[in-house]
Design a protein around this ligand. Structure first.
Ligand code: FES
Length: 259
């Protein structure tokens, strides 16, 4: 993969504390798949030195034929604050696309997507692709409250949306594990992205169901290099060994981590 300094085409706060940045897509991104990420370098020169690992959120082709991709991120510190202040025409350096994305089986139809908080970001692109392929998509989005929930009107209309909020301000009260448990028998394949605690809870629901449904989780981890060099993203499966989120993932079958 290469480093690209690319132009911002659109920048806006999309909802709550969450910002979207659209960028001109380098030609090498044409073969990228949902679940892959970029390292975005959030500053001029070498300060800060390290990039931020951010999933590719969505892709589009403009009316004049230009390919663009989007990053969706919460404002949580100096780096993301810098990114959010980029405006049309500004430049951002990224390295990517990186990692192993979701692996969608052929000839299956019913797809269950589960996102917690900003974990919704890569699932939106996956939903776009699955709908385009004519598959049925149910998307479960969860968060502490309404400000953490991706706006429904920005989803493809074919997506069946289920919302769960911990404070009960939108959708059903509680966590995503409840609708996940309800919908697991319906789906052919399940995909998830969110915090570690959510993955462990989803794994437990799937294991207890006895349905043997594969659930692919897209792990979020602090990454210093994104290239399999520094080991800052190491995770330790229950069965032993070590895996690197940036290199072996970020997509893992939850059974390989928690089983
Ligand atoms: S981020 Fe450096 S090894 Fe994964």
């Amino acid at each position: 993969m290469k480093s690209y300094t690319i132009e911002v085409t659109e920048s806006q706060r999309l909802y709550g504390n969450t910002h979207i940045l659209w960028l001109v897509e380098p030609g090498a991104f044409v073969s990228a798949t949902p679940g892959q990420f970029v390292m975005a370098y959030c500053g001029e020169g070498w300060d800060p030195l390290l990039g931020r690992a951010i999933s590719i959120h969505r892709r589009r082709v403009t009316p004049d034929g230009r390919r663009e991709f989007a990053l969706l991120f919460d404002l949580v510190g100096r780096g993301t604050d810098w990114l959010a202040r980029r405006r049309e025409g500004d430049a951002v350096r990224v390295v990517g696309p990186l990692g192993r994305g979701f692996e969608v089986r052929e000839r299956v139809q019913k797809m269950l997507l589960v996102g917690g908080g900003i974990g919704n970001a890569p699932l939106i692109w996956l939903a776009d692709d699955l709908v385009r392929e004519g598959r049925e998509v149910t998307l479960v989005l969860g968060g502490r409250g309404t400000p953490q929930i991706f706006p429904a009107h920005l989803l493809p209309p074919e997506v069946e949306l289920v919302v769960a909020t911990e404070d009960g301000s939108l959708g059903e009260p509680g966590r995503v594990t409840v609708p996940f448990q309800r919908l697991l028998s319906w789906c052919d394949q399940a995909f998830a992205c969110g915090p570690d605690a959510m993955f462990e809870a989803l794994y437990r629901v799937a294991a207890d169901s006895g349905l043997r449904k594969p659930v692919q989780g897209l792990l979020e981890a602090r990454m210093a290099c994104g290239l399999g060099i520094c080991y800052s993203c190491a995770v330790f499966p229950k069965r032993g060994g070590v895996r690197l989120v940036c290199h072996d993932g970020p997509m893992f079958d939850l059974r390989d981590l928690y089983g």
